[in-house]
Design a protein around this ligand. Structure first.
Ligand code: ZN
Length: 447
């Protein structure tokens, strides 16, 4: 009897188990990665022509174009592009037609584990930047570099970079940046993460009650947008809360700053979470009893806010202070550790250089994609060590990023690296993002 029961269980397992493993193979037979080197394009004080964050309500760009950091002849957009191109080339060995044995040779330098072959399809989010001189002869030189959708000459909306990223339905987006000035608690490179929904919602609830307190004393609060000078972290937090939910700024007295409208960002890109067509007719009056008013009356209703509070966003960003950062933070930090490991193989190591505390803020790219967002700052121009690495060691940085990406998908056992920069080597559990039989959260971002 007992044997028979075991037999039935075994048969049931084969019948149920087989199609399941088959389904998983369909969803993750190839991983899609976007390498997103920051910026490109040019800053110009004529915001109406050169800006970004096009707002269909005012029919104007709400931001000046962010061309990236520069310092004594070093340009962020050039450095990160050069590195990104090298990552793309390395990952081409993992493409359908690539020669995986070449990539395996690189992996063998990092770990003795048996590196399984996986397929990675890679796309770049932009081309090399337009030069300032050439830009003068082009009618819209910043077109290919804008993050947000923008109008052509006839007023038709064209896809910006975030929309193009989403069109590819990536599993992972790796955004590469560097900056001019190191943060006060600088130790090397660091991640940039967007906070969990619950943390922001808690801030909104407190604001409404007039209970303006710091939400936590943990590291995540201490890293809240360290870049904003002369501003307390508490204030930076509440500014982000109001911007995130309402698109408005915040006055010194914690009232809505109606003159500082930064747009409904989730409606400025092409994806499945934007409001219905003609939403702007309702939004333009910013009425109290609608979602487009001030924070005081704001209710997180509709498609976008169902998404934001979903369990999948919880996986990506965490759900509170305990798991702050979620898979995004894990992915960013792992890649940073692989970069440090790669550099250390060429003698570029120091006990004082490792992956530091992340920046925390409501940045656009990590918020407006369904993919795992690894967003990294690879260095600071005001630090000598960083300048050296960022000018001379593009190959090593790129190798670290490419191996890190592989490891996030396939895992890697016991990476050979000094303990303080040693990657965990654990792959991300992508299967938890599977929805139904043959769809994942990553597929749902656009139709
Ligand atoms: Zn940047």
């Amino acid at each position: 009897m007992r044997n028979r029961l075991q037999f039935i269980i075994l048969i049931a397992f084969i019948i149920i188990g087989f199609p399941l493993s088959h389904v998983q193979k369909d969803c993750f037979s190839a991983y899609r990665v976007v390498i997103d080197p920051g910026h490109g394009g040019i800053f110009h004080k004529n915001k109406d022509k050169y800006g970004d964050r096009y707002d269909v309500i005012s029919k104007k760009y709400l931001s000046y174009f962010a061309e990236g950091a520069h310092y004594k002849g070093l340009y962020e957009h050039k450095i990160v592009y050069s590195i990104a191109k090298k990552v793309e080339k390395l990952l081409s060995h993992c493409s359908e037609s690539g020669d995986f044995s070449k990539f395996k040779k690189i992996l063998n330098k990092y770990s003795k584990s048996d590196h399984k072959k996986i397929i990675i399809e890679t796309k770049m989010s932009r081309k090399a930047s337009v030069e300032r001189a050439a830009a003068k002869k082009i009618s819209d030189p910043n077109g290919p570099y804008r993050l947000y959708d923008f109008p052509d000459k006839k007023g038709e909306l064209l896809k910006g970079r975030i929309s193009k990223i989403n069109q590819f339905k990536p599993h992972l987006v790796v955004s590469i940046h560097c900056a001019k000035t190191a943060p006060p608690d600088y130790v090397g490179m660091n991640a940039v993460v967007v906070p969990p929904y619950n943390v922001l919602k808690n801030g909104l609830d407190n604001l409404k009650k007039g209970n303006i307190v710091s939400p936590s004393s943990s590291w995540s609060m201490n890293s809240w947008f360290r870049g904003r000078r002369g501003m307390s972290r508490k204030r930076a937090f509440y500014e982000d809360v109001v911007l995130y939910f309402t698109g408005f700024g915040l006055q010194r007295n914690y009232k809505t700053d109606r003159d500082n409208f930064r747009g409904y960002r989730y409606n400025m890109v092409h994806w499945n979470y934007a409001d219905k067509e003609n939403w702007f007719k309702k939004a333009k009056e910013h009425k109290k009893n609608t979602r487009y008013g001030e924070y005081k009356y704001f209710k997180p209703e509709g498609k976008i806010w169902a998404r934001e509070s979903s369990k999948y966003e919880g996986y990506r960003r965490g759900t509170g202070f305990n798991d702050f950062g979620g898979d995004n933070y894990y992915a960013s930090n792992e890649i940073l550790k692989y970069i440090f490991t790669s550099l250390s193989k060429k003698g570029y190591k120091s006990k004082k250089k490792y992956a530091g505390k992340p920046f925390v803020s409501v940045w656009s790219v990590p918020l407006l994609v369904n993919a795992i967002s690894a967003y990294i700052e690879i260095g600071y121009f005001d630090r000598k060590w960083d300048r050296k690495v960022m000018t001379r060691r593009h190959d090593e940085i790129a190798e670290g990023i490419a191996v890190g990406i592989y490891s996030l998908f396939a895992g890697m056992k016991d990476v050979k690296s000094p303990e303080y920069i040693k990657p965990k080597g654990k792959s991300i559990d992508f299967e938890k993002y599977q929805i139904g039989k043959d769809k994942t959260y990553f597929d749902l971002v656009v139709n």
